[in-house]
Ligand binder design. Structure first.
Ligand code: 5GP
Ligand code: ZN
Length: 114
């Protein structure tokens, strides 16, 4: 845990979040500033600042997050499709430096992204 990290504080329960799914590796909760009718975050419990900090040893964790995103999408009946986003670094638009996936759905998504 990084003491100054917002998402580590959510994992620790120090900051409340509307938890929708939790297991030993990850936590899923609603984004505080939703960009779509469904906008969930899947975060690792491990403090990893970004995908750019991942090494081959993190491959099982990364696979787990992606697989869970698909499961959560199914449980939210996003049958028409959805988007999984992993913002990385300044140019990637990352604002919280703790590995997380966005799961966005419930409306058509544009391409290319902004
Ligand atoms: P990023 O920009 O790093 O890819 O995504 C960070 C996301 O975290 C943003 O979509 C932002 O709305 C969300 N967020 C920031 N602070 C909080 C918070 O305190 N609670 C929740 N649930 N989401 C947050
Ligand atoms: Zn953290």
């Amino acid at each position: 845990m990084a003491s100054d990290c917002l998402f580590c504080k959510i994992v620790a329960g120090d900051i409340p979040a509307k938890c929708l799914y939790e297991d030993e590796l990850c936590l899923c909760f609603a984004d505080i500033n939703p960009q779509a009718p469904t906008h969930l975050l899947l975060i690792s419990k491990l403090h990893l600042p970004s995908l750019a900090h991942a090494t081959p040893q993190h491959a099982p964790l990364l696979g787990h997050l992606l697989a869970k995103a698909g499961e959560v999408a199914r449980s939210h009946t996003l049958d028409r499709g959805y988007r999984v986003v992993l913002n990385t670094g300044a140019d990637g638009g990352q604002t919280v430096d703790h590995l997380h996936l966005h799961l966005l759905g419930g409306r058509p998504m544009a391409w290319p992204p902004g």
